[in-house]
Write a protein that binds this ligand. Structure first.
Ligand code: FAD
Ligand code: UDP
Length: 371
C-alpha cells in the first residue's frame, strides 16, 4: 500500500510551509512536504556558520510588509527584532547614502541642501517620460541619466546580464527615490527580522500536528510511492511541465563567505557595488540581526547564469520571459488537482510577505471548495 496523505506539497519555503500549516491546523488535513534540499525554509533559510554568526544562507532576507494580516499570521510563530534596513552604495571611491535621498543629494553637492532644492534640481535632471516602460525609463524619468548611470545601470547589467531597457520597470522601480531624509532601503510599514531567525520560525510552523516533512526528496521520486488527493507545487513551473516549451530564464547567484577576526567589516549591513568588482553587494547581516560577537562573516554576491547545476534564485521580469511563462501558466490552469503557488511556480519576483499572502489566499480558496 502506498503512503496516503490528503496533500502532497512540493517545496518547503514559505509557500509550502504556510499552506501545510493552514491545511493541517485549520482543516485537519494530513500533509507531506517533500523538499529536495537538505533543510527547511527554502531560500529564506538561515543558519549559524562555524564562527557562530547567524547567516541568511541565500542572500539577505529583509522581512517587510504593509499587510497587518500577514504580520499577524507570522507572529504566531515568531517574535520580531525591529530593524531599519539601511544600506550604502560604493561608487567613485566613496560611500553614498542609498537609496537616493536628500543626504545623497547633499553628498553630490558637497554642502547642505533642502527638499525644495532637490525637487527643483531633479525636475531639471529628469527625462520626461509619462509611462516608464522599462527599468531604464523608470529611473531616468525620476532622477535623470547621470544618477542612473552612477547607481543603477551597471548594477542591473551585472545582476541580470541584461540591459535595464530589457527589464520591466518594476525591477529598478522597486528602489525608492526620496527627496527627504528617509534613508531606509525599504518603504513598507513593518520592517523586522524573526527574533530567533527564519529557520526557527519554520520549525514552529511545521511542528503543527498532521505535517510530515521529508528532506533530500525530489517530487519526481516521491510521487511514485505516495498517494495523495491534491498536489501543491512550489517549484519551477517549467520543470513541472518537463520544459516542453523550453526553459524559462532565471538568474542565479554564487555566494562567497568570509569570516574575519573583527567585530564589523563595513559601516552598514549591505554595501552595493554598482561600478566596481564582479560582485553586486557585500552583506554583513550581523548589523541587522544585532548579534553580538567579536568576529564577523561577510558575504559577496556574484550573479551567474542559471544552469541545471545552479539554483534559480530570480525569475526574470521581462516581456519575453512573461510571454513564455504565460504558455506554461495556461497548462497550469488546465491541470486538475494541482495548486501552483510561490515565486518559482508563478514566476514572480515576489518578496516573502507577498508569497505568504499568496499562500494564505490559496488556502482560503481550497477551504472554500472543501478540497
Ligand atoms: P522557495 O523559498 O524558493 O522554496 C521553494 C522550495 O521548493 C525550494 O526549497 C526548492 O528546493 C524546493 N523544490 C523545488 N522543486 C522541487 C522538487 N521537484 N522537489 C522537491 N523540492 C523542490 N524576500 C524578502 O521579502 N526580502 C528580502 O530581502 C529578500 N531577499 C532575497 C534575496 C535573494 C538573493 C533571493 C534569492 C530572494 C530574496 N527574497 C527576499 C525572496 C524570498 O526568498 C522569496 O520570496 C521566498 O523564499 C519565496 O518562497 P517560495 O516558497 O515561493 O520559494
Ligand atoms: N538596483 C540597482 N542598484 C542598486 C540596487 C538595486 O540598479 O544599488 C536594481 C537592480 O536591478 C536590482 C533591483 O534594483 O536587481 C532590485 O534591487 P533589490 O535590492 O531589491 O534586489 P534583491 O534584494 O531582490 O536582489
Amino acid at each position: 500500500m502506498p503512503e496516503q496523505y490528503d496533500y502532497l506539497i512540493v517545496g518547503c519555503g514559505f509557500a509550502g510551509a504556510v499552506l501545510a500549516e493552514r491545511l493541517a491546523s485549520q482543516c485537519g488535513k494530513s500533509c507531506l512536504i517533500v523538499e529536495r534540499r537538505n533543510h527547511i525554509g527554502g531560500n529564506s533559510h538561515d543558519h549559524y556558520d562555524k564562527a557562530g554568526v547567524l547567516l541568511h544562507t541565500y542572500g539577505p532576507h529583509y522581512f517587510r510588509s504593509n499587510s497587518e494580516r500577514i504580520v499577524e499570521y507570522l507572529s504566531q510563530f515568531t517574535e520580531w527584532h525591529p530593524v531599519e534596513y539601511k544600506i550604502l552604495s560604493w561608487s567613485d571611491g566613496r560611500y553614498w547614502q542609498f537609496p537616493i535621498n536628500l543626504n545623497t543629494f547633499e553628498q553630490l553637492l558637497g554642502r547642505p541642501s533642502t527638499t525644495e532644492e532637490m525637487d527643483a534640481t531633479l525636475a531639471q535632471w529628469r527625462v520626461p517620460i509619462d509611462n516608464p516602460k522599462n527599468s531604464e525609463e523608470v529611473i531616468i524619468s525620476q532622477v535623470g541619466v547621470p544618477l542612473y548611470e552612477k547607481f543603477f545601470k551597471n548594477y542591473t547589467r551585472k545582476q541580470w546580464r541584461r540591459d535595464p531597457k530589457d527589464l520591466d520597470a518594476s525591477v529598478c522601480g522597486r528602489i525608492p527615490i526620496r527627496t527627504n531624509r528617509d534613508d531606509r532601503y525599504l518603504s513598507e510599514k513593518f520592517q523586522a527580522l524573526p527574533k530567533d531567525g527564519y529557520t526557527k520560525l519554520f520549525e514552529r510552523m511545521l511542528a503543527t500536528p498532521g505535517i510530515d516533512v521529508r528532506l533530500n526528496t525530489d517530487y519526481r521520486d516521491a510521487r511514485q510511492h505516495i498517494a495523495y488527493k491534491r498536489l501543491i507545487y512550489t517549484g519551477m513551473i517549467d520543470e513541472y511541465f518537463d520544459f516542453q516549451f523550453g526553459r524559462l530564464p532565471y538568474r542565479s547567484l554564487r555566494f562567497e563567505n568570509e569570516t574575519l577576526p573583527q567585530e564589523f567589516f563595513q559601516p552598514a549591513m549591505q554595501v552595493n557595488y554598482p561600478n566596481d568588482h564582479e560582485f553586486t553587494r557585500i552583506v554583513e547581516i550581523k548589523h541587522a540581526t544585532g548579534q553580538k560577537l567579536p568576529v564577523t562573516t561577510i558575504v559577496r554576491e556574484y550573479p551567474q547564469d542559471h544552469t541545471p547545476e545552479t539554483e534559480p534564485y530570480y525569475p526574470i521580469p521581462a516581456p519575453d520571459a512573461h510571454a513564455l511563462y504565460e504558455r506554461y501558466a495556461a497548462l497550469a490552469t488546465a491541470e486538475k488537482g494541482v495548486s501552483f503557488v510561490g515565486r518559482l511556480a508563478t514566476y514572480r519576483y515576489y518578496n516573502m510577505d507577498q508569497v505568504v499572502g499568496m499562500a494564505l489566499a490559496e488556502f482560503e480558496k481550497l477551504r472554500a471548495t472543501n478540497v
